[in-house]
Design a binder for this molecule. Structure first.
Ligand code: SAH
Length: 574
């Protein structure tokens, strides 16, 4: 029961408070309903019999006594979560036939604002440290997870240099994969014999190219694919996608095979396929579809058209109506460019945190690294540098990713706004994967503090003339002034750059009424946050420093209740 959206959830409550909490769950989960009975024990027994999962608002002891005689088989019994009267705790009591008692407890807790209470040592669908990968894991997962948590030595043996997250220090990477009676964590697409001490993580390395005649049955595609993989000792859990020709994109038998495997179907134009060098080209196929190879060429092109990264493991193998070939694609380094938001931890996105925990190497300015040390996994390598070392920082991050590692390059606010994304991506080439995580940029944090100054068209301008000549900046300020844009100044002023802001405001003042509001947000969302409001006529640039952004309204912007508001422009002004 990993997904509350499909399972039937029975709610059992004895008291008014319990019923209220049950109603709250029923209101958000249409598949959950209150089960009544002659008494609460009766209701619980009915729920047990009828539902995939039960949430009981009762004492744990009462629930244990009532369900004890009903316990049968882990594979058939429902999951049970027990919640106390005050909805303080959601206890995962029984996992249930499809597992997921822990997940249900977490979901109940999220809705009721309770604490989930989970007592299984580790959720055995994941290996600690590798849970952010989302890769299938097979074999002795519980035993190896336990060993990792207990600090016992575990050998990590990977077929290729996958960009893995930082792992606990008791997990040692090695090439020696001979079983020695100790715990092993293999990263491989190969079939591995079970031995009770080996867990196998399945990287998304394989691409199956599929060709077929019109109307091919799904069963034929699936059977051929599974047979080809089994004969080559390859595990289907490592399939990254199926690949074919564009003209096969709507072939139901191929599409439904991909759906059943839970992988995407990627298709390529015949011209792209025709350009791939394959071992078994066919003139008959060329005459029919415009490329001498579909299965082999598509397997090699894979998800992103990089045949150069791929090795054909199984050449085209045909059955009545279908053809399959399998290629292995080499791993690529991974660069996540992560915006941390303006400062406060709760303005950092959950995805930013996931990416920081996904990385083995984190690169950034020392002061930003200090903000995130608490979320990094132990063993994460941190490359910190001081202000002004942008180029070196960008190069270092890209070099680490190019060496095949999982790297997070961090920046405050949004990492793409006057920050590290541009220099990094100027150096990065197509040999690494790049993932961007947007962050709350200073202008948005400032806007929220000042009121609603960004309600109409606005322009961001950096007043730093370190990298941009002043005449370019001045031209853009003039354009923003003439265009009547709300204007946000980043890098507005520092000890060494003390006249630019006054000059820029003078240009804007020439195009705005003297009463136009100007707002300053200093250290937005940080401990010493400050907000200041003035007008273009009264504003004193000397109060501004490099920890501030300055927001100048357009000619419509006004103060309402002490807040800066730029109208959406719905009303005609007289
Ligand atoms: N990438 C950052 C901007 C970096 S440029 C972002 O998206 O926010 C640095 C400038 O951003 C600073 O000089 C200041 O003008 C502004 N800034 C960054 N964080 C800020 C904050 N918390 N409060 C006010 N201004 C901030």
């Amino acid at each position: 029961m990993n997904d509350t959206t499909h399972a039937r959830i029975g709610l059992v409550a004895a008291t008014a408070a319990g019923r209220r909490h049950a109603d709250t769950l029923a209101a958000v989960w249409p598949q959950a309903r209150l089960i009544e009975g002659a008494n609460v024990a009766d209701a619980l027994r009915t729920a047990w019999a009828q539902c995939d999962a039960v949430v009981a608002f009762l004492a744990t002891g009462a629930v244990v006594r009532i369900v004890a005689p009903l316990l049968d088989d882990k594979r058939a019994d429902p999951a049970v979560v027990v919640v106390d009267e005050a909805a303080r705790h959601a206890v995962a009591l029984l996992g249930g036939h499809a597992g997921g008692g822990n997940a249900l407890a977490a979901q109940v807790a999220a809705v009721l604002d309770a604490q989930p209470v989970i007592t299984t040592a580790t959720d055995t669908v994941d290996v600690p440290g590798l849970d952010t990968l989302g890769w299938p894991v097979h074999g002795a997962v519980a035993a190896v997870s336990r060993a990792i948590l207990d600090g016992e030595p575990v050998r990590l043996i990977a077929d290729a240099d996958w960009p893995l997250p930082a792992l606990p220090p008791n997990v040692h990477a090695t090439d020696d994969d001979t079983p020695d009676g100790g715990y092993r964590l293999l990263v491989t697409d190969r079939v591995v014999p079970a031995d009770g001490r080996t867990a196998v993580l399945r990287p998304p390395s394989l691409v199956a190219g599929v060709g077929a005649s019109r109307g091919v049955p799904a069963a034929e595609v699936a059977e051929l694919l599974h047979r080809v993989l089994a004969e080559a000792d390859l595990d289907p859990a490592s399939l990254r996608c199926l690949a074919s020709a564009d003209i096969k994109a709507d072939e139901a038998g191929i599409r439904s095979t991909a759906d059943t495997l839970g992988v995407p179907l990627v298709t390529w134009p015949a011209t792209r396929l025709a350009a791939v060098d394959v071992p078994h080209p066919s003139e008959v196929v060329r005459a029919a579809v415009g490329t001498p190879s579909v299965a082999e060429a598509a397997a090699l092109l894979g998800p992103d058209g990089r045949a150069g990264d791929a090795t054909l493991l199984v050449g085209k193998t045909a059955r009545a109506m279908a053809t399959v070939a399998v290629a292995r694609h080499a791993p690529r380094g991974r660069l996540a460019v992560v915006g941390l938001g303006p400062g406060a931890a709760d303005l950092r996105t959950p995805r930013a945190v996931t990416e920081l925990r996904r990385a083995a190497v984190v690169v950034g300015l020392d002061q930003y690294l200090d903000q995130v040390r608490d979320v990094l996994r132990p063993g994460t390598r941190v490359l910190s540098s001081g202000l002004g070392a942008e180029e070196a920082r960008a190069r270092a991050a890209v070099a680490e990713a190019a060496a095949g590692r999982a790297v997070a390059l961090i920046g405050s606010g949004d990492a793409g706004v006057y920050a590290m994304a541009s220099p990094a991506l100027e150096y990065a080439d197509e040999r690494i994967d790049v993932v961007g995580v947007p962050g709350v940029t200073a202008a948005l944090a400032a806007g929220a503090l000042l009121g609603a100054p960004l309600g109409h068209d606005h322009a961001y301008l950096s007043l730093s003339d370190l990298h941009t000549p002043w005449d370019v900046i001045e031209r853009r300020v003039t354009a923003a002034a003439e265009g009547d844009f709300v204007t946000i100044f980043y890098n507005p002023r520092s000890r060494a750059r003390d006249w630019q802001l006054g000059k820029a405001l003078g240009i804007l003042a020439g195009h705005r009424p003297p009463g136009t509001p100007v707002g300053v947000a200093r250290n937005a969302s940080r401990p010493d946050e400050q907000v200041h409001l003035a007008t273009v006529a009264t504003f004193d640039p000397a109060i501004v420093d490099m920890y501030s952004v300055v927001v100048v309204g357009n000619s419509d912007t006004r103060l309402v209740g002490g807040r800066m508001v730029t109208p959406r422009g719905y009303r005609w002004r007289s």
